[in-house]
Unconditional design. Sequence first.
Length: 169
Amino acid sequence: MKAKTSSASLAISTDIILPSDTNALNGLFGGELLARVDRICCIAAQRHSNSICVTVSVNNVSFGKVIPLGSMMTIEAKVSRAFNSSMEVIADVFLEDRNSGERTKVNEAIYTFVAVDEHGKPHRVPEIIPETKLEKMRFKNALQRKQLSLVVAGKLKPQDALELKSLFE
């Protein structure tokens, strides 16, 4: 299976925040943001794997700043690392100033997806070839995050989490 660059799995969505998307304080509902991020991350995973992908976990979400009513919001998602059948996808959420066009990162999320066939059976996905400094850092850190999740779930012994050990040496 041929490896792909992380840019091949890029997915971008831009939208405006409407009244039906907001809470009583006129900020985007957290659940609405999670749903939008889940969809765009799924597209990135499907582009990378060329198959159906299902969400396995929401590993981290940082609600850094309220996304106000009327805002233009862009979500950029990329596969940061592919394992056997699973992929870690990182989404960056930006607000765009209507007047200046300046973008500000306000939120970040990390999801895990698994590629499946039409019967729901997991299958192998191509590896990722990180290109930029940020992509290389996220690629390396993805293995640490995966090992941490496996240790917490009791599926990996702490002494076998070599990438985590390297953090403390």
